[in-house]
Ligand binder design. Structure first.
Ligand SMILES: Nc1ncnc2c1ncn2[C@@H]1O[C@H](COP(=O)(O)OP(=O)(O)OP(=O)(O)O)[C@@H](O)[C@H]1O
Ligand SMILES: [Mg+2]
Length: 260
């Protein structure tokens, strides 16, 4: 018998056993707007869960609640076993948050952005600097280490944002529309990175308004409509049923080349 292959290298290897996210009955209004009305969901450790819903369905509001950046009006959230409403600081140590825009101090260099974050998470100066270098190598932005973040392309900004969200090795990772604006190669990279993190034990929740964008990188999807969770789908189980595809075209040779 051969030993199982080790999980792919990722900066979150070795995260402790934990419970991912468990949320019940979440609600949050802005005046008369009920952005999140009734959300219950789980994000198991070791998996990638997609949060799918149309524009305005409450994805960002929900993610902000889970990230402890917005207080719910009602409901409970546990992040890695911590009550995130009562103990937001403890929860924040365990979670990483990748917002839908990078929103950094644009004049700071990529290295300094990551090192500053490391310092805010309590690392010493040397450790934070070494961690910044490690993160930049992981997302292949070492050549930009000492250049300001404003020079980065959209795809590079997303990679820096991922490096920033994981600088403290969180066991829960929340990403708001990370695939938005990425080309196919960058999307494959994102998929590989998120899958590697899940394989290392991280609970990953990733949002999009298009299911197709996330389907290949997720184990399951939670669907949100008008601020409420309406369904959950397990993809691995769905894959077992095998999906039939029919590809038609005028030139069978060209078709065969395309699908090979
Ligand atoms: N700070 C706020 N003040 C007032 N209304 C808000 C606020 N934040 C969100 N909303 C409203 O809550 C609803 C849900 O917004 P949210 O940004 O959570 O949706 P979303 O699913 O992330 O949409 P998108 O796909 O466009 O990013 C919308 O009707 C929005 O206008
Ligand atoms: Mg949003």
């Amino acid at each position: 018998m051969t030993a199982p292959a080790p999980p792919p290298a990722s900066p979150v290897l070795g995260v402790a056993a934990h419970d991912g996210i468990v949320a019940h009955g979440l609600a949050r209004s802005f005046g008369a707007v009920h952005a999140v009305r009734d959300v219950s969901l789980t994000v198991p450790a070791g998996s990638v869960t997609a949060l799918v819903g149309p524009n305005g369905s409450g994805k960002t509001t929900l993610l902000l609640i889970l990230a402890t950046l917005l207080r719910p009006d009602a409901g409970a959230v546990s992040v890695a076993g911590v009550d995130a409403v009562r103990e937001p600081v403890e929860a924040r140590r365990r979670l990483g948050w990748m917002p839908d825009t990078l929103g950094v101090w644009e004049e700071l260099t990529c290295h300094d952005i990551l090192a500053s974050l490391g310092r805010l998470y309590g690392m010493g100066k040397a450790e934070a600097s070494a961690r910044a270098d490690e993160q930049l190598a992981w997302v292949e932005l070492t050549e930009f280490a000492h250049r300001p973040a404003r020079v980065l392309s959209r795809g590079q900004q997303q990679r820096l944002s991922l490096a920033r969200a994981t600088v403290h090795r969180p066991s829960v990772l929340l990403l708001d529309e990370p695939a938005n604006g990425l080309d196919p190669a960058a999307r494959i990279r994102l998929r590989d990175d998120l899958r590697a993190m899940a394989a290392a034990g991280t609970a990953v929740l990733v949002s999009s308004h298009v299911l197709a964008e996330l389907e290949e990188m997720s184990d399951r999807a939670v669907f949100l409509r008008e601020g409420a969770t309406v369904a959950t789908q397990e993809f691995r189980a769905a894959d077992d049923l095998a999906r039939p595809y029919r590809i038609a075209g005028p030139d069978p040779t060209a078709r065969d080349t395309l699908v090979r």
